[in-house]
Design a protein around this ligand. Structure first.
Ligand code: ADP
Length: 201
């Protein structure tokens, strides 16, 4: 199963990515997490990415696509994968399609988590991540950077949903509600609803 998870910052992609990937037994690959790990490890890739990330801008496609290709070549991604935070531009989506098709593969299912913008701003400004046991605000969760990231999403990433819609792969998922409810909607959309776990109640 090869899944792409789309959605604006604050839609809950990271949480859903873990749960959905776990249910399918595939790795969840988050480009944001890989970049952040490189920033804290002070690698060359981290140094290249940091300025863009702190500003809430996208890291250039060239850097991002090369990183994802390397990651997808690792053995655990042979059985499938869930991409969280990639592709984020049409160019990234096209390059992903082409490099998968060279291997005779394709994306099976694309999920777009939908949350209205007021709720996103509320969630992001209250979000804290745990570093060294303490809750801290991510540098790019400051209110002005959040607004800029939402703008970048609207301009550069929202069209990626259209790209997959044209390919007949897109499901839009209402991402408001309990984590489990959202997961069930997503599993249904990828054709994997489990008998006995009806979402109707
Ligand atoms: P969020 O979804 O909350 O914005 P992410 O962790 O997915 O957070 O991404 C954080 C930052 O990492 C982005 O703002 C961007 O700078 C960079 N980044 C992540 N994925 C990509 C990508 N596919 N292309 C370009 N930049 C990316």
């Amino acid at each position: 199963m090869r899944i792409v998870l789309l959605g604006p910052p604050g839609a809950g992609k990271g949480t859903q990515a873990q749960v959905i990937a776990g249910r399918f037994g595939i790795p969840a690959i988050s480009t944001g997490d890989i970049f952040r790990a490189n920033v804290s490890g002070q690698t060359e890739l981290g140094q290249q990415a940091k300025t863009y990330m702190d500003a809430g801008d996208l890291v250039p496609d060239e850097i991002t696509v090369a990183m994802v290709k390397d990651r997808l070549a690792e053995p655990d991604a042979k059985v499938g994968f869930l991409l969280d935070g990639f592709p984020r531009t049409i160019a990234q989506a096209e390059q992903l399609r082409d490099s998968l098709s060279d291997l005779g593969h394709r994306i099976d299912c694309v999920l777009e988590l939908v949350v209205d913008e007021d709720e996103l701003v509320r969630r992001l400004s209250g979000r804290r991540v745990v570093v060294d046991g303490k809750p801290v605000q991510r540098d790019d969760d400051r209110p002005d950077t959040v607004r800029h990231r939402l703008e970048v999403y609207r301009e550069q990433t929202a069209p990626v949903a259209g790209f997959y819609e044209e390919a007949g792969l897109l499901s839009r998922i209402d991402a408001i509600g309990e984590v489990e409810e959202v997961t069930e909607r997503a599993m249904d959309a990828c054709g994997a609803s489990q008998p006995g776990q009806s979402t109707a109640s």
